[in-house]
Structure formats: C-alpha cells, structure tokens
Design a protein around this ligand. Structure first.
Ligand SMILES: *[C@@H]1O[C@H](CO)[C@@H](O)[C@H](O)[C@H]1NC(C)=O
Ligand SMILES: *[C@@H]1O[C@H](CO)[C@@H](O)[C@H](O)[C@H]1NC(C)=O
Ligand SMILES: *[C@@H]1O[C@H](CO)[C@@H](O)[C@H](O)[C@H]1NC(C)=O
Length: 247
C-alpha cells in the first residue's frame, strides 16, 4: 500500500518544523528495458541475495563495469564476488561512501543489513515478483537514490533522485543557523517505491536536534542508528537534523 503525502503530514508537528519540497529532485523515468547500475566507470559495490531459502547468503561484489539490474550471471562474470553467510553480516549497518547497488528479492537484506546504514549513493533494484508493502528504510547521509523495479509492465521501472540538499534549500538552512556541514541528514525511503507504481517524490523537514527526533515524531519507529564511535555519538547529540522522506 502506498503511503500518501497526506498521511505523512498527519505525523508532523507543524509548529516545529520548516518544511520544503525537494523541488530540485528530478525523478527521471525511462521506459526502455535493460538499465545499468549507477555511474558506469566508477567502482560499485553490489550486494544481492543468493542461495535457497534455508541457506541464505549474500553475494558481495566489486564491479568496475556497469551490470544490468538483477542479472546475477552477468554480475558473476563481470565483477569480483564472494559470498557472505547471512549469519556473518554486520548488524549495525553498512558504511558505504561510494556507489552501492543492492538487488532485492525479499526484504531481509533491507531489514537486516541496509536499514540504518550510512550510504552516499544507493541504487536499489527490486528483482522479486511479490509486491513490496509500505515500510520505512532509514539511511543516513544519502545523496543520490536510484530505484529499479523488475515488476513487469510497471509504469516507472527506473527512477533517480538527488537528495543532498540542493542550493535553495541550503540557503534556507543557513537562515536557520544550520551550519552547512553540521547537520545530520536522515532519509526515510518508503520501500513501496520498489513496486514502480508512481513517480518518486520527496520532501524534507529541518528538524530538532537528533535525540529529540523520537519525541517529536512519535509515530516514526526510528531513532538515529547507534554508532560504535563515541565521538560520532557526541557529534550526533549536537547536530541538527534534516529529515527527508522519499515515497
Ligand atoms: C576502482 O578500483 C580499482 C582497484 O581497486 C582501482 O585501481 C581504480 O582506480 C578504481 N577506479 C575508480 C574509478 O575509483
Ligand atoms: C563486501 O566486501 C568488501 C571488500 O571485500 C568489504 O569491505 C565489505 O565489508 C563487504 N560487505 C559486506 C556487507 O559483507
Ligand atoms: C527499519 O527499521 C525500523 C525501526 O526498527 C522499522 O520500523 C522498519 O520497518 C525497518 N525497515 C525495513 C525495510 O525493514
């Protein structure tokens, strides 16, 4: 079920926040079939589920050439890949500053690995057949997001969006004494976008310091992900928060 903007707005404490739509975010859609992973030429880390339901593992690949979404045979021939058993995956979330591509058939990879991660550039490809239900995927520091849906006949199979605060927004933040780099950017992606049924939309809210997020957004089941780094935890406490919703 798609979460409508109206139901998001119902969650927001209006008195508190400056709200702006990401007008600079331009979803791009294409209708032609095979598409390629983000930024050909750059080194992309590709993660995808493999193995039978009982012995699930993750393929972890390093690709220097573009790979067609969901083409595991091609990934295995073009990329350097190794398997990681599900039980050996890091629980505290990934940190990936470069390009990360994730191919999803079922949601456990999102749930167990990606949720709460720091990712700069993410391409999420849905390679399954069963439609995905609305749920939030929390990411920090996300700058660009690409969505691919392999669902046949879907009207929006490929979309991209730039999320790092565009120029107009940065000016607004300055007037609120948000330092240009001192805020924590959290993005909540409604994973139902993987169904490719509607154009990607986003809006951002300049919010309170991170620890008060859960007080002010009681219905959002999130808090900033824990960090092992005490310095980072201390910095989080002082940081202002910019929250972007993608749906
Ligand atoms: C990709 O990785 C290889 C080996 O790790 C490195 O030599 C090359 O410079 C990288 N290319 C880019 C564009 O980062
Ligand atoms: C994938 O492999 C790279 C390089 O081998 C490693 O740095 C990274 O932590 C791995 N990621 C996962 C989720 O296993
Ligand atoms: C991510 O974590 C939050 C908080 O635990 C949870 O509510 C949400 O459903 C998770 N998202 C996914 C895609 O698993």
């Amino acid at each position: 079920m798609e979460m409508s903007p109206v139901s998001f707005f119902a969650l927001l404490p209006w008195s508190l926040c400056l709200l702006f739509f990401l007008t600079a975010a331009r979803p791009q859609t294409t209708s032609s079939a095979p598409t390629h992973a983000a930024s050909p030429g750059a080194n992309t880390t590709l993660l995808y589920e493999s193995g039978a339901a009982t012995s699930r593992s993750l393929r972890n690949c390093s690709c220097s050439a573009p790979v067609t979404d969901c083409d595991e045979v091609l990934a295995n021939s073009l990329c350097r890949c190794h398997s990681v058993p599900r039980s050996a995956l890091p629980r505290a979330g990934l940190r990936e500053a470069g390009q990360l591509a994730v191919w999803v058939k079922e949601l456990w990879v999102l749930e167990e690995l990606l949720n709460g991660s720091s990712v700069g550039h993410l391409r999420l490809s849905f390679c399954g057949i069963k439609p995905v239900d609305s749920r939030y995927l929390a990411l920090r520091g996300l700058q660009t997001l690409g969505i691919h849906s392999a669902v046949p006949q879907t009207p929006y199979p490929d979309q991209e969006m730039t999320l790092s605060p565009p120029a107009g927004v940065t000016a607004e933040l300055d007037t609120l004494s948000f330092g240009s780099s001192s805020f924590l950017h959290m993005t909540f992606v409604d994973v139902a976008v993987l169904n490719g049924l509607s154009a990607l939309k986003a809006y951002s809210v300049a919010g309170p310091p991170a620890p008060t997020l859960s007080q002010h957004f009681p219905l959002l089941p999130v808090s900033p992900p824990p960090s092992d780094d005490p310095a980072e935890m201390a910095a989080d406490r002082l940081q202002d928060l910019l929250v972007t919703f993608v749906y």
